[in-house]
Every structure is written in structure tokens, then in C-alpha cells.
Design a protein around this ligand. Structure first.
Ligand code: 0O2
Length: 230
């Protein structure tokens, strides 16, 4: 833990207690997501979630964020102003799954959605696309229920591919990438968005073919049954 953070602790237990809450909140969110994925399988016969990643922000990164936003590195400021200490990233197959999942998350009992940023409809200057939700999640402790903040990032495999690589490339330049690199990254983000759109329309076309095949099979069966009765 960095000294700036250590220095503000009278009680190291306070830090451990907070980390316990954030870790528990991640577990709550992951459990709900698993149930939603199962329900999707039951209703739509497929799993929209490809994979889930989660992490607790490092103390260094918490301090950097507080300083960037002009706050003293105190525990209180960390709790009040850093919304993504507990982060869960859900990677879906198709863009449509993102909105379906977000709707289901919004209806979860006990979850309080404090803010939504749709970087898919409104991509960031960098080209970044993802759907962000800040949620207060109920964590049950022996002293009662503690609403705990979690940032949920929902994106497709293609969006995740771009964001992971962009993070690595941009990181190397410490935010000072030459213009042509930033432009190329934005162009790649557009290619990724086109790919997502194409995959979505292909999936829709396949589903229509399957529905047509089911309809034809049902008609054939009905005709066969009718003839058998005559
Ligand atoms: P890391 O390492 O992923 O934790 P706010 O959350 O509103 O107080 P902030 O942090 O500026 O303010 O929010 P924003 O813009 O919603 O970004 C939050 C997170 O989204 C980032 O966390 C990244 O994970 C991701 N993100 C946002 N913009 C980009 C981008 O251009 N490229 C990539 N690859 N990821 C992005 P951190 O803390 O920056 O980083």
C-alpha cells in the first residue's frame, strides 16, 4: 500500500474492512450474473455471457485517480469519489445481449443503479466502446447490510479485444501517444464496431433461417398427422 494511503489510516482495520466489502460486493454481482446467464439459457437457449472478469483497483491506482480528480488521498474521499474500486467486466457475444443484460441488472432486487454511461451509443474520443453501470450492491455483514459500490463494464468480445490492446499500447505512451497512433486506434475501433454490427446481423439471419425450418417442420408434421387420421 502506498505511503500516502498508509499515512491517512489511523486504523489499518478500516482498510481491510473496506476491501472485505468490495470483495464481497464483487461476489454478489458475479453470483447474480451467473443466475442471469442460466435464465437466459432457459428462455433463449443460449448463454449471452462469454466470460466475466473482476478486479479490485490497486491502492496506487486509487491514489492516482484521486489526485487526477483533485482530491486528497483519504479513505473518505476514496469511498466517496472512486466508483470503480470494485470492478466487474462482463463480456457478451452480441451488442443486443449488452442491453438485455443491462435491463435485467436494472431489475435486480437490492441493486441500486446510481449511474449509467453508454459509451456504445456515444463512444469516447479514443474510440472506446462499452456500457458502464455504477451499482450500489447490498453486502450482508454481521452488523447489517452495507450498500457497496461496484462498476460494471459490459461489452462484446470485439470491444474487449480493442480496449485491452488499446490500454496496453496507450499505456506505453503514458497518455502522450503521437497523433497518428491515436488516429489508427480510432480507426481500429470503427472496424471493431462494424464487425460487431456484421456479427449481429449474421446471427439475426441465422435465427430467422432456424425459425423458418422449425415452422416448415411443424407444418409437415401437422399435415402428416392429418393424413394419418383420414
Ligand atoms: P483501469 O485500469 O481499467 O481501472 P468516473 O468513473 O466517472 O469517476 P473515469 O474513471 O474517468 O471517471 O470514468 P470513465 O471514463 O467512465 O472510465 C472508467 C474506466 O473505463 C477506466 O478505468 C477504463 O477501465 C475504462 N476506459 C475508459 N476510457 C477508456 C479508453 O479510452 N480506453 C480503454 N482501454 N479503457 C477505457 P481506469 O481507472 O481508467 O482504468
Amino acid at each position: 500500500m502506498p505511503e500516502e494511503v498508509m499515512g491517512v489510516y489511523e486504523d489499518v482495520n478500516e482498510w481491510q474492512n473496506l476491501m472485505f466489502l468490495y470483495r464481497s460486493a464483487i461476489r454478489v454481482v458475479r453470483a447474480r450474473l451467473d443466475t442471469m446467464n442460466d435464465e437466459f439459457q432457459f428462455i433463449y437457449q443460449y448463454n449471452p455471457i462469454e466470460y466475466i472478469k473482476s478486479r479490485i483497483k490497486t491502492p496506487e491506482s486509487i491514489v492516482a485517480k484521486l489526485e487526477r480528480d483533485g482530491y486528497e488521498p483519504t479513505i473518505q474521499n476514496m469511498v466517496d469519489y472512486v466508483n470503480d474500486i470494485a470492478g466487474v467486466r462482463v463480456v457478451c457475444s452480441f451488442t443486443s445481449d449488452i442491453y438485455r443484460l443491462a435491463k435485467m441488472i436494472g431489475k435486480q432486487q437490492g441493486f441500486s443503479i446510481t449511474y449509467i454511461k453508454d459509451f456504445i451509443k456515444h463512444p469516447k474520443e479514443s474510440g472506446y466502446r462499452s456500457y458502464h453501470m455504477h451499482i450500489a450492491v447490498p453486502v450482508q455483514t454481521s452488523r447489517g447490510v452495507v450498500p457497496t459500490k461496484v462498476e460494471l463494464q459490459i461489452r462484446t468480445i470485439a470491444m474487449d479485444f480493442w480496449a485491452s490492446l488499446e490500454h496496453k499500447i496507450y499505456y506505453k505512451f503514458e497518455g502522450e501517444a503521437p497523433d497518428y497512433i491515436s488516429q489508427d486506434l480510432r480507426a481500429c475501433a470503427q472496424i471493431v464496431a462494424n464487425l460487431d454490427e456484421k456479427m449481429l446481423s449474421l446471427n439475426k439471419a441465422i435465427m430467422e433461417v432456424e425459425a423458418e425450418e422449425r415452422r416448415e417442420a411443424a407444418e409437415k408434421k401437422a399435415l402428416k398427422d392429418m393424413m394419418a387420421q383420414q
